[in-house]
Design a protein around this ligand. Structure first.
Ligand code: ADP
Ligand code: ADP
Length: 233
């Protein structure tokens, strides 16, 4: 079964008021197990809205979200929060790490909150940090890390509870091009071979072309990407 299926998703903000914004108008998307999908969209097209709906942080006005075969329509907050905690990892443009905790603690805390023992949580966190090349930064606080290192740690935090779906909103958008390329490579190293599915929003067409498939959000709906977006160079 697919990891995520979106069917006929619509979303309008401030419906029926002068400030009405029709954002999504019938979005259909399937993300299969192990598939890494690039989501490209001009600014303001609704990609953050789409990611929040996919991640069960927001609900659509109409349409269905299916997560791992479970239809989330009409499910209460507790169920949605449970599914989100267990199955979804989030990455944002800015790291959102807790400033008063070390890199290591930022990755162990979500695990401890899910009932994982401290020793298992630390082992897993150190393994993740090593995979993205910042094992030697484990005891530093976020402020002592470079932007690229901060994002690598944020990737590890997103992976801490072994999600089935990773949702990323411009994960390298805050980095200079060279760093962005390396940090994206680190993200792909974390994802590849795990069977994890990912939906990654990016403006960077070179990065998009390195993913399994590219979809473009245009006028409120997803369209297949054009040829130059789907072929490298
Ligand atoms: P993107 O991530 O593609 O830049 P967003 O999903 O953040 O787009 O926003 C899509 C549109 O919806 C924009 O016009 C934005 O101003 C509007 N929007 C987003 N969130 C809200 C909200 N909470 N209330 C009203 N309008 C919003
Ligand atoms: P943007 O991509 O527009 O800069 P952010 O990356 O800060 O915005 O966050 C995107 C959205 O997700 C925001 O509406 C924010 O409230 C929400 N969000 C961020 N982190 C969390 C979280 N850990 N849990 C729930 N919602 C979150």
């Amino acid at each position: 079964e697919p990891t995520l299926t979106l069917s006929g998703i619509t979303k309008t903000y401030n419906q029926g008021t002068p400030g009405e914004v029709r954002v999504l108008q019938g979005v259909d998307l399937t993300v299969n197990a192990g598939e890494v999908v690039a989501l490209v969209a001009p600014s303001g097209a609704g990609k953050s809205t789409l990611l929040q709906i996919a991640g069960l942080l927001d609900t659509p006005d109409a349409g269905a979200v299916q997560m791992l075969g479970q239809d989330m329509t009409g499910k209460g907050d507790r169920t949605r929060t449970n599914v989100r905690r267990n199955d979804v990892g989030f990455i944002y443009q800015f790291h959102h790490l807790l400033p008063e905790f070390s890199a290591l603690e930022n990755i162990t805390l979500p695990q401890l909150a899910n009932g994982v023992s401290e020793s298992v949580a630390v082992t897993r966190a150190m393994d993740l940090l090593g995979k993205v090349g910042v094992g030697d930064r484990a005891h530093h606080r976020p402020a002592a890390l470079s932007g690229g290192e901060q994002q690598r740690v944020a990737f590890c935090r997103a992976m801490a509870n072994e999600p089935r779906l990773l949702l990323a909103d411009e994960p390298t958008g805050n980095l200079d091009p060279g760093t962005s390329d390396q940090v994206f490579g680190a993200l792909m190293d974390l994802v590849s071979g795990t069977g994890l599915s990912a939906l990654i929003a990016t403006h960077n067409m070179e990065l998009a072309a390195r993913m399994d498939r590219v979809v473009r959000l245009e006028a409120g709906a997803l369209v297949a990407a054009s040829e130059e977006e789907t072929t490298d160079g």
